[in-house]
Ligand binder design. Structure first.
Ligand SMILES: N[C@@H](CCC(=O)N[C@@H](CS)C(=O)NCC(=O)O)C(=O)O
Length: 102
């Protein structure tokens, strides 16, 4: 089965409001995602494998295709992405409806 288009890294305690904001936006916009937790209490965010995934070594980190996103604009970017996806789907639907029958 294909991987979901997004992968969210959040804190293991689910206490980060920044991570929660991205989580809620993904759910609200019905964007499929995988979730991994990072144990900030044990400084797992400084481990080399997480550092390779996260520019800031903080949570949240959101991976989309080859793109890594950190920082406060992530929920806004997700909303823009969802809007574009809906617009694309709508255009495709209209294009299909307007196609003459074979
Ligand atoms: N505005 C920040 C907020 C991120 C942030 O401060 N995350 C905290 C958890 S709420 C964190 O990862 N702290 C771990 C650390 O700094 O070592 C961002 O760039 O997204």
């Amino acid at each position: 089965m294909a991987h979901p288009p997004f992968h969210l890294y959040t804190d293991a305690q689910f206490a980060s409001p920044y991570a929660m904001s991205v989580f809620v936006t993904l759910r609200e916009k019905r964007l499929p995602f995988d979730l991994s937790t990072v144990d900030l209490a044990n400084k797992a965010n400084y481990a080399t494998d997480y550092a390779a995934r996260s520019l800031t070594r903080r949570v949240p980190t959101l991976i989309h295709e080859d793109l890594m996103l950190n920082g406060d604009p992530v929920p806004h970017k997700l909303k823009e992405y969802a809007t574009q996806q809906w617009q694309r789907a709508s255009v495709q639907q209209w294009a299909q409806l307007e196609r003459p029958p074979l």
